[in-house]
Structures are given as C-alpha cells and as structure tokens.
Design a protein around this ligand. Structure first.
Ligand SMILES: [Zn+2]
Length: 794
C-alpha cells in the first residue's frame, strides 16, 4: 500500500464512521428481526468462491470474457456460500436463457425481505399508509432499495464482469462501509439485462482472438430483436427482458435508486456520471432531478478521492426520453454511468492528443468545472473499465446507505405530490372505449404495466361538447405514477435548442417524441377539470392478440413470399421489423448478402423488404479489413443489380426510411429526395411525430383514415420527377404549421407538401418507398397497416 492510498483509505473510513454514528443515533429503536433462524451449529467457515474459481480468470484480465452459463454458475455458487447473497431466476430471455438477479443485504435483512418489501410499498403508494405511525414505521425501519443493472449493451463488456467483482466484494468484505451497506440497503443486482447478448458477444470475441477481427462487434444484433435499442424499451415494454425487469423488480421493489452500468467511446472522458444535460423531461419530479444531481456528484467526488481521473459530469447525456428512464416516473433516480471502452476485452492505446477535442459539454483535454481532472492518456484496459465501474457502483451504495433517511423521505414526498396532483396538471385523460382494438389494448396495457390506474366512467358524460358513454376509460392524474401516464399521453414540445444563437441545432441524445395516442392511432382527450361523473375502481386493460388477417392463405390468394434483408452490419430496424412480423404473424424469410448477390430473386420471393439502413451500409456492409467472409462486403453492385432485376421481373421491393435512399440511387428511380445533403441548420427533426395525409384509394393505404401520424427520423422526402410511373400514396401537409404533432422540427417548410410514401413502377414490378418508419421500435401501430398492405400488392 502506498502512503497515498493509506491516506485515502483512512479518510474513507473516517468519513464513513461518522455517517454510521449518525444513523445509529437516528434509529434508537432498531427492532429485533421478526423471524430468527435457529442458531447455526459451529462449522468450518464457508469459503466464498472467488470469480476466478469458476470463471477461470479474474474479472479485468486482458482478453478474458465468460459466456452467460458460466457467469450464472458463479452467481449460484456465491449465493450457496454466502448468507449475504440470494439468487433468483426471474424468467427466461428471448432465446431461453435464465434471467437472474441477486439480492444482497445483511443476513438479518434477507430473512425479513418480505417485511421490507411491504414497508417500501407503503412509501410507494402513500394512500395505503392509513396512519401516521405506519408512515413513521416505514421511514424508520425501511431500507434504501437499490437496483443495479448491468450489461444491457453486450459489447460494453466490462458490464459482464463488474457485477461478479461487486457481488464478491459485498459477500466477503468486512469493512465498516460494507457492513453499513448491508445493514441499510437492499440491493437487487441484475448481472445482465441481456444475458443472450453476453453469450453472443463472448462467442464472437473468443472466435476472433488473434485475428484481424479481434475486438470488433459481432456481425449480428446482440439482442435478438432490438440490438442496442434494448434500452429504448422502458415505456413500450415490447421485449421479455424489459417486462421481467419492470414486473419483478421495478414494480415489486420500487427502488429509490437505479444504477445502470454502461460504456461509451474510447476517446473521451474515462467516466460519465450525472447530472445530465438539459433538457430534463418536464414531468419528472424536481426532487428526483435533485437526487440524481446530488448522487452523481457524490459518486464523482468519491472516485476522484480514490485517484481516478477523467471523470466528466453534466455532459453528453440528457434526460428527455422516458424510453431510457422508467424510474424517473416511478419515484426513483436513474444513475447512468458510462465508462470509456476498450476493443471489447482487448486493450487500446489512447494518446492524450487523440482524445477528441470537442465533446458535448466538456473538452477531454482541458480542465473544467465538470471535468476537474483530465486523464493523461495512454493504455486503457478492461481492468480499468471494471475498476471504474465497480468503484462507481460501490460509491453509489455507500451513499445509499449513508443517506438512507433522505432517500426514503424523498421517495415518500415524490409519491405524495403525485397522489395529491400537481397544480396546473389536467385532471384526467379520457379514452373512449368504443375504439376497441389492438391499438387501444396495447396503449392501455402499457399504462397498466407502468402501474397506472385506469378507471371507467360509470355514467355517460359530456366533455368539450362531446358525449362519452358509460364505460369510457379515465386516467386521473392524481395517483402515484401519474407522471408516467401524462408523459406518454400528451404531445411533446421539445425546446428549440441551438449550439449558439441562430446556429445549428443541439442534438438530443435520443429522440424527441413519445406520444402513445398518436403512435397508436388512439383518441385520448384532456379533461382539464374534474369530470363530475362517478368512476369505477381501477380496471384491467382489455386484452387483444396481434395478428394481421391479410396473411391467411386462400385458394385465390396465396400468402406472398416475403423476404426480409438482414445485413451483417446489423441494423436495429431489421430486428424491430422481425419482431413486428413475428408478433403479428407475418410469414417471412430472412435473407443475407450472399442470397441477394446470387440473384434469381423473383423465383424465390414476391416481396423483399429492406429495413431502415443507410445506403452505404447496405452496399458495402462490414469492412473486409476487419471482418472475414461471409460477413464483409454488403450486397455490393451484384446485389444492387439483382434487386433491380427482381423488380423488373414483377417483384415488389419495399424500402423503409434510409433504405429508400438506397433504392432511389441503385434503381435510378424518378424521384428526388429533397433532403439529400441538407444540413441540420436547414432542416432538422431528430425523431418526431408528423401528420401525414394518405391517398386511401391506393391499396397500400386501404382501410386507413385520410390523416395519420407517422414517425419521422432522418428519412427522405420526395419530389416526383415522372408522374407516369410514380404514384404518391402519402404526403406531408402543404401547410408547414400542420406538420408537427409531437417532438421537434426546424424548418418544416422544407418538406411541406412533399411525398412521404410512393409507389414507383418499374418493368412489371414496383418499389414502395417509405420516407418514415412505419413500425418504429414496435410502437407506431397506427402505420403498421401501411407496411402490411405493401407486402400484399398484386
Ligand atoms: Zn450502453
């Protein structure tokens, strides 16, 4: 131990001891545990297995990763040996692997888990705290509930191993700080939110060690359906991993603190911690924002005290979209950490002068208030990553334990305010039940999974001159998770943010809109004031099974042979399309580059779908300098020719969003993308919901209303150059003021009146060009029929 680290350790112990004394003073009436195990017979002390004893290496060893079954074996062994650790299998993943969590606390706490769950549930819904003593008991005896989740993004491989290192430390450490954590915190540790991806990435990594592909991402999505978008699912709940986490952990345990462990690029800060950048989504309780700010800064301070450099706060990541932050609407703070990456588990060299000079909110080469101690550059290894991540998680737990009283009382305040209702919030949303449909069932199902209480009107009533029948759904915005409902039911007004006055737009970290009634084509009406109608107790959302009738074969109408292009340069929209097809029972076959290049496509398929992907990725695919056959090279010129031939021979080519730019170029279609090479200053809409006008006489728009809402994100917009072969199916409104329904747009006049969905005839076939994403992240049910109909053109 160096003199310096001795000082650091001494200071940490001193600081901690004071905190523990405070806690003891505040809780003089600590009760005996409700149930006691019989006194254990004296036995040889159990040896707590090290990660190395099962994994065969220490977490952080260069070039070492473990597949999921091996990690699970470790967690099982750890739980068997330690009375501080319990192991739970919560369900199965998309590909059938066990989805697991560890619960870690003191042995006494683990014996009374159910009591702590009940105490915390009282704070989560203060309406159930019928007496003041009940509230006092929950505050006095409750524990800070912390949920730490790791490894949702499977190429961020430190996150595969950090939970093992953290769990081992908590199971074995006898320091005062660990004892205080175990006494005051109930930790739910999810070692991976995407176990399938742990194995996908590890297998790929191990198979490429020592080759040119070492350290590359696998040539497939690391979540079967969503890839990196798997952490954009925290309100739509489309994937089983999201559902398990929300149902079994978030909604059962109502954590005050959620810590999600991620990695970012190699050439910026070593670690990001909150505060987040603006904008913060306006329905998030201010006290939660304060909690995020305080905890993130406390963690950064502690890590800096341990000598860690290169920590940035208040940079890069904003807090706008609920897609990444379920807990912001459920009384908890979300602490995102992002550690710099290596090349998977292989080290990288990052000289100081290669640190990117401009990052959002700080400069990694310059000291600033939110980047106090620049990292000097050099070698960066998986040991560094595991060290930053583990120390960060531990610092979070130290704070969760030390500030237990504050976390619980703040949690109760947030929920009280939600139950009482915020001034100026509407009284309720009214959702007519007569629009009985899969869309309505999906929307209400989302609210219900988010623990929003849905009631029905027991008599008919009038709102804004409109009569609503008895049975109409009503979501009153005075309930614990009202903010979740309001955020998803109202249109977003994203602030107009620029890099400097009148300069280019400041990009949001994710998208800007999430209005479910628009995405799903469901009417939801704001009721500003009390409805003066009796309401039922909370009701269950209706159920409906997705399925599209068009794909049932008849003698006259055989099912079309649909191919879905699957690039090795794996595109998330391909995964989402596959998920939508699987869920809605659309028959299809996935095809790869070699199939496209081999040609004769019309003999095998009637329809080929190219999901949203850039022309360059489709054409060139992964680089041959890094990837071996068959993964490198894209469809290439032969593939382009084969697709053109397919159309000439009578096939239907359906291209989504950016893939439409590929089709226009490769097949020389007589339309012009008016947004080609237009800079952000001249047009910008980073994921927004637009109004679209449809020609319902065209079979692609059959059965839809003349106006719908469509998801716009980096799409093309078309001028027709030859109207003898191009038919416009959909347009953006010619009045630019009518374009934006939710989110943000700059210079809507650029695309006003332009086509967003066209059919181009070529030879005896056709191309259907989408200028929006009709099946956006499995959410835009309003426009699914446009995609389904285009698969069935004759
Ligand atoms: Zn990530």
């Amino acid at each position: 131990m160096t003199a310096r680290s001795r000082v650091v350790l001494a200071l940490a112990l001193l600081g901690f001891t004071a905190g523990a004394a405070d806690l003891a003073a505040q809780r003089p009436t600590q009760r005996a545990p409700a149930t006691r195990r019989p006194a254990p017979r004296p036995a040889a002390p159990t040896v707590i297995p090290t990660p190395r004893s099962i994994l065969g290496f220490d977490p952080g060893d260069d070039r070492k990763l473990a597949e999921w079954p091996v990690l699970v074996r470790y967690y099982l062994a750890l739980a068997r040996a330690s009375d501080r650790v319990d192991f739970r299998e919560l369900g199965k993943t998309t590909l059938g692997a066990p989805f697991v969590a560890l619960v870690i606390s003191s042995p006494q706490n683990l014996r009374q888990l159910d009591r702590f769950r009940r105490l915390n549930a009282g704070l989560a819904d203060p309406r159930t705290l019928r007496t003041n003593p009940a509230a006092q008991e929950a505050l006095r005896d409750g524990k800070t509930i912390v949920l730490i989740t790791s490894s949702i993004h499977s190429t961020e491989v430190g996150g595969h191993l950090t939970p093992a290192a953290l769990a081992y430390r908590l199971a074995t450490d006898t320091s005062a700080s660990t004892r205080a954590i175990l006494d005051n915190v109930i930790l739910w540790l999810v070692p991976s939110l995407n176990p399938d991806g742990v194995t996908i990435v590890t297998k790929w990594y191990n198979s490429t060690l020592g080759t040119k592909a070492e350290g590359t991402s696998p040539p497939e999505l690391y979540h079967h359906y969503t890839g990196h978008d798997n952490n954009r699912d925290w309100y739509a709940f489309t994937q089983v991993e999201t559902q398990i986490t929300v149902d079994s952990l978030q909604n059962t345990w109502h954590p005050q603190i959620v810590h999600d462990i991620h990695q970012m690029g190699s050439d910026g800060a070593r670690l990001f911690l909150p505060p987040y950048l603006d904008p913060v989504e306006p329905n998030v309780d201010p006290l939660l924002v304060d909690g995020v700010n305080a905890l993130g800064m406390a963690m950064a301070w502690e890590l800096a005290g341990q000598g860690k450099t290169g920590i940035s706060i208040n940079s890069t990541y904003d807090a706008w979209t609920p897609a990444r932050a379920y807990q912001h609407y459920h009384g908890g703070v979300r602490i995102l950490s992002e550690t710099a990456s290596g090349q998977l588990a292989s080290p990288v060299e990052v000289p100081f002068d290669r640190l990117q000079a401009r990052s959002r909110g700080y400069n990694p080469r310059e000291r600033s208030w939110n980047f106090t101690h620049p990292w000097p550059g050099g070698r960066w290894t998986i040991r560094d990553i595991v060290s930053y991540q583990s120390a960060g998680a531990y610092a979070l737990l130290v704070n969760a334990a030390r500030d237990r009283d504050r976390w619980l009382s703040s949690f109760l305040s947030v929920e009280w305010r939600a139950v009482r209702g915020w001034p100026r919030w509407p009284y309720a949303y009214v959702i007519p039940a007569r629009q009985d449909s899969i869309e309505l069932a999906t929307l209400l199902g989302i609210l219900q999974r988010g623990q929003v209480e849905i009631r029905t009107a027991q008599q008919s009533f009038t709102l804004q001159g409109q009569r609503h029948a008895a049975g109409t759904y009503v979501v009153v915005l005075r309930q614990p998770y009202a903010a979740f409902a309001k955020t998803l039911l109202e249109p977003q007004r994203y602030p107009d943010r620029r890099q400097y006055p009148n300069g280019p737009p400041e990009r949001p970290y994710d998208v800007t809109a999430h209005t479910l009634p628009l995405l799903m084509g469901v009417t939801a009406v704001v009721a500003q004031d009390s409805l003066r109608v009796p309401l039922s107790a909370p009701v269950a959302a209706p159920r409906a099974t997705p399925g599209y009738p068009g794909f049932v074969a008849t003698d006259l109408n055989p099912v079309p042979r649909v191919a879905l292009y699957r690039s090795y340069d794996a595109a998330m929209d391909e995964g989402w399309t596959r998920w939508v097809f699987d869920t809605w029972k659309v028959p299809y076959q996935s095809i790869v580059d070699s199939t496209v290049r081999a040609g004769k496509l019309k003999t095998k398929f009637d329809v080929i779908v190219l999901p949203d992907q850039s022309p360059q990725e489709i054409l060139e695919g992964l680089p041959a300098s890094r990837y071996p056959a068959p993964y490198a090279g894209g469809i290439g010129p032969e593939g382009s020719d084969a697709l053109r031939q397919f159309v000439l021979e009578g096939g239907t080519l359906v291209t989504l969003n950016e893939a439409s730019r590929f089709a226009v170029q490769a097949l020389l279609l007589p339309v012009r993308n008016v947004l080609e090479s237009v800079p952000d200053e001249d047009f910008y809409a980073p994921g927004s919901i637009f109004r679209a006008e449809l020609d319902t006489a065209h079979p692609v728009a059959r059965g839809l209303a003349r106006e719908t809402a469509a998801w716009f994100q980096a799409g093309p917009a078309f001028d027709v150059l030859d109207s003898s072969v191009v038919r416009v199916i959909g347009r953006w409104p010619s009045d630019p003021e009518r374009l934006l329904l939710s989110g943000w747009v700059l210079h809507p006049e650029r695309i006003a009146g332009k086509a967003n969905l066209v059919e181009v005839r070529q030879g005896s076939g056709r191309v259907i060009l989408f200028g929006f994403r009709p099946q956006y992240r499995g959410q835009s049910l309003a426009t699914y029929p446009l995609l389904f109909n285009s698969l069935q053109l004759r």
